[in-house]
Design a protein around this ligand. Structure first.
Ligand code: SAM
Length: 414
């Protein structure tokens, strides 16, 4: 009780400490399975040759319920003391219960000693299977990714918790608070689709503003275009940039490009103070509408975005999903329709497997006549895709992204 609430919500730390407790008590670890629930709480079990250790945490109370089941001569109290220390428990209560009294049992002629010796022959005591799960969810649905339990970066910044974890299927990933932001294996879905459709619409964009995008994937794609003269990126959290430069270099690949001006600041304030009509393209690569990114879904912010775009400029915003956070999705489009005009706020859908539901969107604001749905230079797209080796975007996807299912058209009344 009165444990550190952050530790109580840290699946990787709890898995590490529970396995550590078993080992401290000289148990043989067979498997660990741990699950993190968002917004908070961890459940898990460490299967040992001598039985198991199990835990459920309530970070909001600084409370953990731990069961240490042992047989043979393993000392469970050693494991318990280790956990008390790791969790910073200021108080505790414990019950020892003897179970399975031998005199009530009938012994079968099962030679446990040779069985144990046999197991010891093939078992590598250092190896055990790990199932540590990271879950991004709302109250109705979730996306869970198995990860290795290894944490490469974990900093609580003034804005959010910034972590680099390694998922077993999608490789290293950036998580902000408990939301998946980007992974090595599917980031290109997002970063190619947030940038290229508009750049092939504008054809000769020179000056681009990116709000957010701390992982660097969006500016990497924008800077693939030789006509670009200047990209200004305004990211509120320097820890995100640091984490991605160190651990996701494939994504944070263009931070040294001389055309890039990197500013660590609040994008809402930056756009508010930006001059009129200077940007060809304004990309809002922000996180979900909570914490620092809440204001990136406001009418004020988009009115300033409109003002700072050139006459034929385009805005593209991370638009949430019509199947996850659909209220934010629909409200954002109403805001853009209100500012840019009913016909000038198209929605592009695309797939990104590591976002809840996998169906995600970019929402557009078209200030002038430049319209991605009316692009004709498909040959230019084809050769660019081949030359740059793009893996998601192409001349067909460029148009199909704007073909919306009826339920989405109804959701945004378009
Ligand atoms: N692909 C992600 C998604 O769909 O959620 C977004 C990725 S990117 C990492 C989001 C970035 O927006 C984060 O690094 C976050 O720190 C930044 N951000 C949030 N609010 C911001 C603000 N007000 N100004 C500038 N950057 C902001």
């Amino acid at each position: 009780m009165n444990c550190d609430p952050h530790v109580m919500n840290d699946v990787a730390a709890i898995e590490r400490d529970m396995v550590g407790a078993a080992r401290k008590a000289e148990a043989t670890v067979i498997n660990s399975t741990f699950h993190h629930f968002s917004p908070y709480g961890v459940s898990g079990v460490v299967v040992i040759q001598e039985s198991h250790l199990a835990i459920h945490t309530w970070p909001e109370y600084g409370y953990a319920a731990v069961d240490v089941f042992t047989c043979g001569d393993m000392n469970a109290w050693i494991a318990f003391d280790h956990l008390k220390e790791c969790f910073g428990a200021k108080s505790y209560s414990a019950i020892e219960m003897k179970r399975g009294s031998v005199n009530l049992l009938t012994r079968n002629d099962f030679d446990i000693t040779s069985a144990r010796e046999k197991a010891a022959e093939w078992r590598n005591p250092d190896f055990y299977t790990r199932n540590v799960w990271f879950t991004d969810k709302d109250e109705d649905q979730a996306l869970s990714l198995r990860f290795t339990g290894d944490v490469f970066f974990d900093v609580q910044s003034p804005f959010q918790r910034v972590r680099i974890l390694e998922s077993t299927k999608y490789g290293k990933m950036l998580a902000l608070d408990d939301m998946v932001m980007t992974t090595i294996k599917d980031e290109f879905h997002y970063h190619e689709m947030i940038s290229h459709p508009s750049l092939f619409t504008l054809q000769n964009a020179k000056n681009v503003l990116v709000i957010g995008g701390g992982d660097g994937g969006t500016v990497r794609e924008v800077l693939r275009h030789s006509n670009i003269e200047k990209v200004t990126m305004v990211e509120i959290d320097g820890e995100v940039i640091k984490a991605c430069k160190e651990h996701l270099p494939e994504i944070a690949a263009s931070f040294d490009d001389p055309r890039l001006e990197l500013i660590v600041d609040d994008g809402i304030a930056f756009v508010k103070n930006a001059p009129d009509a200077i940007y060809d393209l304004l990309i809002v690569d922000g996180s979900d509408p909570v914490g620092p990114a809440e204001g990136l879904f406001s009418v004020d912010f988009y009115q300033n975005c409109y003002r700072t775009l050139k006459a034929d400029g385009i805005l593209v915003a991370q638009g949430e999903s019509p199947k996850f956070n659909e209220k934010a999705f629909a409200e954002l489009n109403q805001t853009l329709q209100g500012i840019f005009g009913k016909e000038n706020a198209p929605v592009g859908l695309f797939f990104v497997p590591t976002y809840p539901t996998g169906m995600w969107s970019f929402q557009y604001g078209l200030k002038g006549t430049a319209d991605p749905r009316k692009v004709t230079n498909t040959d230019a797209i084809k050769s660019f895709v081949a030359e740059k080796g793009l893996r998601y975007y192409n001349e067909d996807i460029h148009f199909s992204t704007f073909a919306l299912p009826n339920f989405v058209k109804q959701l945004i009344q378009q």
